[in-house]
Design a protein around this ligand. Structure first.
Ligand SMILES: [Zn+2]
Length: 124
């Protein structure tokens, strides 16, 4: 039986993966003390916090919203947030959710580690 897990990545400059962790629950990545410590450790170079929704949806959950506002106020500057789901990737850019036509290199490995299968894209 295939198992999926939600994975969180901390991304630095030039799409460098600084840190990652994962959870057995595909729907909720519980707040972890370790992750907060990693975020604080990398706060100077941290540019983006990405995580996977292996079972969807392609968008931010209510838990994500509260985590994002907590992070933004803890760091005192805006970060980029993104969700990678089977059908695509969405990023919050200046308060708006944008579907990315071109994904960063780490999106596919993030899907793989999450146990996700990318949904086939219909070609015209
Ligand atoms: Zn989420």
């Amino acid at each position: 039986m295939a198992t999926t897990r939600e994975v969180c990545l901390l991304i630095g400059r030039d799409n460098q993966v600084l840190w990652s962790d994962e959870s057995d629950n595909p729907f909720l990545l519980p707040d972890s003390r370790e992750r907060w410590e990693a975020i604080w450790h990398f706060r100077a170079e941290l540019e983006e916090v990405a995580h996977s929704h292996p079972e969807g949806p392609l968008g931010f959950s209510a838990e994500d919203e509260s985590t994002m506002s907590a992070l933004t106020s803890a760091l005192g500057r805006p970060l980029r947030f993104s969700v990678v789901a089977p059908g695509g990737m969405v990023a919050r850019v200046e308060g708006r959710d944008v579907l990315l036509a071109e994904e960063p290199w780490w999106a596919e490995p993030l899907r793989r580690v999450s146990g996700m299968r990318r949904q086939p894209v219909a070609l015209a």
